[in-house]
Ligand binder design. Structure first.
Ligand code: C2E
Ligand code: MG
Ligand code: MG
Length: 641
């Protein structure tokens, strides 16, 4: 007697599973659909099996019914293996590769044809099974298992080949399906009465559903669009599989201010409304695009295959629609939809570049309302540097590749060069010149600024201690301190000990600090400045007049020099700027401070600032920052004139 309890349990499980696919809205997309077909197929074979067992146990003589049930069972059951493989292929999204690979096509197709044809031929030859005088397996029956084993082997190879793409959870879930199914199959092969196979299949599908088909992992609950994590996974998969897609990147540039203005709930309503419009246009234009909502008002619409070329039209339509704004509860909200069209992977060298470009393109350029092309908007070289800056800095520290350049500073009253500013330079063997601004910002973020700062300071002290420096007859060298350094309590001790090591007098050092709005740890900063001033070091305030300019600070801090930002040198023709400069210089001089004007590039500028009675001038007019040797030569030559 065969036992159907496991079959019934399997049936219940499968129906619940199917139901949950609907509830969780897991019905769209190829892999979801294949998963549902697989579940339906397993349900069908379970029903056939129950019916067949029922007839077998009743020793029915109705051969047509018996034959139909066994045939139905075997057909649906043995087709689940190729279906599972198709599901796996869709999960990894290698359809386009399958189309080109004839061998793989044969491996997929031949066992399938074999299974179907031996089952079809069975009606005449009874080589697989017969039902006359009870159900019996025929000599060709093992062929069905052999075909299944082929699929299992291909599935395992697939999982191994694409393991890096699948990630741990997916590897575990996709591969546990195989042993669970296999174990049940072996038990049933040995004990045909146990009817465990369907139950094994149901458990396998359940594992896959829990491990892979998790909507909360990739459906955003507000917009009902696919989430950031899925976007990341899908794009990684595209570049891995060399699948070409066209992406509309839509960043609502003013989303933060919309949120601040209307509050969280209404802002979410805005997002929902935008998502609806995207969905609607996608449907109307038959774009068949994948739709994503990432975060902070950023949407992505991805076109591929036959629909690749529809991206442009959809971008236009969507742009027109969104520019009209959105009405939420009677309130008209204007949107700033920044839209960029990008071909991937051709326009982005790698996945990281795509992601970092997409994060903030709307913050870099002013809003024009036009649809932009990714390739026109960014400099691949700059983006490469930005993406790799941490590694670049680490490598430069290891290989001691940082250099210190010097830019001469001219004293107007004395009519000669009296000092210089030390500026860091880095030439990376792979990326070339790295801009100091980018370098310093990254170093502040990753904490390497302290090592870099010490390196620069040590180089400067070494230079000051050298014989050639002494001949130059300079008063001091200015060295930049970044905010993170000024806030660091160890700064005075470290810097003083470096000076001691090279026997450098504090009078020969001037440290440049920048203004910062940071209210935190003001005491540490003031304390550091006081300690170093007491030791005899003087300070400059760099880039005065930009960013956070606070006269309070100028009064409070022990400053010797104020460096007017180079933007003033550029804008000296502007009447208002000139009035500001005139009065600022007068005020600072009355406070007994010395003034450097930075960024002087022409004789005309020099004359103007001489009239203004600035003390020092720094700029390309005299020299760009140059390497130490060139600097020595420059000053030596200047002295001779
Ligand atoms: P900064 O301290 O204000 O340095 C002056 C910047 O103006 C330098 O840019 C210099 O090359 C540039 N400059 C000088 N004269 C002219 C001119 O006539 N025209 C124009 N257009 N530019 C001129 P650089 O070297 O690119 O440095 C940029 C910033 O990076 C510096 O601004 C400073 O804030 C930071 N920095 C550079 N070296 C160091 C360092 O060793 N430590 C720290 N903490 N920051 C540094
Ligand atoms: Mg400076
Ligand atoms: Mg400056």
């Amino acid at each position: 007697m065969k036992n159907v309890s496991y079959d019934i349990a399997a049936l219940i499980l499968l129906i619940v599973l199917l139901h949950s696919c609907y509830i969780r809205k897991m019905t769209r997309g190829i892999s979801n659909r294949l998963f549902m077909i697989l579940t339906l197929d397993t349900i069908a074979s379970t029903i056939f099996d129950i019916a067949a067992v029922f007839l077998d146990n009743a020793q029915s003589n109705n051969t047509i019914a018996l034959y139909t049930m066994h045939f139905g069972y075997l057909l649906t059951h043995f087709l689940s293996a190729p279906m599972y493989l198709l599901f796996l292929i869709s999960l990894i999204d290698t359809w386009h590769k399958l189309r080109k690979n004839i061998i793989l096509q044969a491996i997929l197709f031949v066992p399938f044809v074999m299974t179907v044809s031996v089952l079809a031929a069975n009606a005449g030859n009874h080589l697989v099974f017969s039902v006359e005088g009870g159900y019996k397996r025929g000599p060709l029956f093992p062929l069905l298992y052999i075909c299944t084993i082929v699929y299992v082997i291909v599935a395992i190879i697939y999982i191994i080949r694409y393991r890096s793409l699948l990630g741990r959870t997916k590897i575990i879930t996709t591969s546990t399906f195989v042993p669970v199914e296999l174990a049940a199959m072996i038990v049933q092969m040995v004990h045909p009465a146990s009817r465990l196979e369907m139950f094994g299949g149901a458990i396998g599908l359940l594992i896959v559903s829990v491990g892979i088909q998790r909507p909360e992992d990739y459906i955003d609950s507000f917009t009902q669009l696919t989430k950031y994590s899925a976007y990341v996974y899908d794009r990684k998969r595209d570049s891995y599989n060399d699948k070409h897609v066209k992406i509309i990147m839509l960043n609502i540039g003013n989303f933060p201010s919309v949120q601040a203005m209307v509050g969280f709930d209404s802002a979410m309503q805005v997002l929902k409304e935008v998502a609806n419009k995207i969905r609607e246009i996608n449907r109307k234009m038959r774009g068949h695009a994948d739709l994503y909502y990432l975060d902070n008002g950023r949407f992505r619409i991805v076109f591929w295959g036959r629909y690749y070329d529809r991206a442009e039209g959809m971008a236009e339509a969507l742009n027109q629609e969104l520019k009209k704004g959105i009405n939420i509860m009677g309130l008209d909200i204007n949107l700033m939809p920044y839209m960029v069209l990008a071909g991937y992977p051709e326009e982005f060298k790698d996945f990281r570049t795509l992601m970092s470009f997409g994060a903030d393109f709307h913050q870099r350029d002013p809003y024009t309302g036009r649809i932009m092309r990714a390739s026109e908007m960014y400099d691949q070289k700059q983006l490469d540097i930005q993406n790799n800056i941490d590694a670049i800095i680490e490598r430069a520290l290891e290989d001691e590749r940082f250099e210190v350049y010097y830019q001469p500073i001219y004293s107007i009253p004395q009519g000669k060069f009296v000092s210089a500013e030390a500026l860091i330079r880095l030439f990376d063997p792979e990326h070339g010149f790295i801009s100091p601004e980018l370098l310093i910002t990254a170093a502040e973020q990753n904490g390497t600024i302290h090592r870099i700062g010490e390196f620069v300071f040590e180089k400067v002290c070494q230079f000051i201690a050298s014989e050639e420096y002494k001949k130059l007859d300079l008063e001091y060298i200015e060295v930049n301190l970044s905010v993170a350094q000024v806030m660091n309590g160890d700064l005075p001790e470290t810097y003083l000990s470096i000076m001691e090591k090279y026997n450098v007098s504090p009078a020969k050092i001037n440290l440049e600090i920048t203004e910062t709005a940071a209210a935190y740890e003001q005491e540490v900063m003031i304390d550091n400045l006081k300690q170093l001033t007491r030791a005899g070091i003087s300070f400059s305030l760099d880039d005065y007049g930009t960013g956070y300019s606070n006269i309070q600070r100028v009064i409070q801090l022990p400053l010797k020099i104020i460096k007017l930002d180079k933007s003033f040198a550029n804008e000296n023709n502007n009447q208002k700027v000139w009035i500001f400069l005139k009065n600022t210089v007068k005020m600072l001089k009355d406070m007994n401070m010395e003034i450097v004007i930075e960024g002087v590039e022409t004789q005309e500028m020099l004359d103007k600032f001489t009239d203004l009675q600035c003390d020092f001038v720094q700029g390309y007019f005299f020299s760009k920052p140059i390497p130490q040797n060139d600097f020595v030569e420059f000053i030596s030559n200047a002295k001779k004139i």
